[in-house]
Structure formats: structure tokens, C-alpha cells
Design a protein around this ligand. Structure first.
Ligand SMILES: Cc1cc2nc3c(=O)[nH]c(=O)nc-3n(C[C@H](O)[C@H](O)[C@H](O)COP(=O)(O)OP(=O)(O)OC[C@H]3O[C@@H](n4cnc5c(N)ncnc54)[C@H](O)[C@@H]3O)c2cc1C
Length: 92
């Protein structure tokens, strides 16, 4: 707020109407975590989309469906987003 007031000093005289905040859950390597846990069969991740979770929702949903039914993944970057990198390399 102080930063905002330094730019718009007149705002300090106004009453605050409402405040809202949201989260952008991210990972250290900047990529989401999508796929089955390497040690726990049947535990699937689809998280860490940071600022693009709404945009990526259709692709993530499609990918998770494919993985859950044991189909070959149609998205080529799958190796980069698998949970293995978190479990074994602590990227998160
Ligand atoms: C102001 C704002 C504007 C945005 N605008 C856009 C936009 O225009 N387009 C767009 O594509 N995206 C946008 N986003 C980002 C989008 O909302 C997020 O990318 C998306 O909601 C993240 O989903 P996720 O499933 O990856 O989150 P997750 O990583 O699954 O996290 C979701 C929730 O789970 C909780 N959580 C995570 N891990 C754990 C755990 N281990 N245990 C317990 N709880 C956990 C988190 O705290 C969080 O509450 C915006 C976000 C904000 C805040």
C-alpha cells in the first residue's frame, strides 16, 4: 500500500472499500507438476501452474486423463513436468 500511496498520494484520504488476494502456486523450476507419484501408484499430481493455471487447465486435464487410463501422453514436454523431479531432486 505504501508503494501505491507514493505514486497516488490522494488515495490515502480515501476509505478502503475492499481487499482481495489470490495465490499463484509455483515451483522452483517454474514448471507445473503433472503425473503419477513414482512411489505411490494411483496418486496423481496436477498442480504448481503458477500464473497460467486457468490457461493450461484444458491441456492439464487432457494429460491427466491420458495418464490415468494408461494412454500414451499426447503432450511432448511430459518428461519435464513429471513429479519425479520433485521427489528425487527436490525442485519444489
Ligand atoms: C490475481 C490472479 C490472476 C490470475 N490470472 C490468471 C490468468 O489470467 N490466466 C491463467 O491462466 N492463470 C491465472 N492465474 C493463475 C491461476 O489462478 C493459477 O495458476 C491456478 O489457480 C493454480 O492452480 P494449480 O492447480 O496449479 O494450484 P495448486 O498448486 O494445486 O495449488 C492450489 C491450492 O492448493 C494448495 N496446495 C498446494 N499444495 C498443497 C499441499 N501439498 N498441501 C495442501 N495444500 C496445497 C495451495 O495452497 C492452493 O491453495 C491468476 C492468479 C491470480 C492470483
Amino acid at each position: 500500500m505504501q508503494c501505491l500511496f507514493s505514486v497516488f498520494s490522494n488515495l490515502q484520504r480515501e476509505a478502503l472499500q475492499s481487499v482481495w488476494s489470490g495465490i499463484r502456486p509455483g515451483t522452483k523450476d517454474g514448471l507445473p507438476i503433472i503425473g503419477e507419484h513414482p512411489n505411490y501408484s494411483g496418486l496423481f499430481y496436477a498442480r504448481g501452474h503458477y500464473r497460467n493455471g486457468v490457461l493450461l487447465a484444458p491441456a492439464t486435464g487432457k494429460l491427466v486423463k491420458e495418464l490415468m487410463i494408461g494412454k500414451r501422453a499426447s503432450i511432448p514436454v511430459l518428461g519435464l513436468i513429471l513429479p519425479e523431479r520433485i521427489v528425487y531432486q527436490e525442485a519444489l
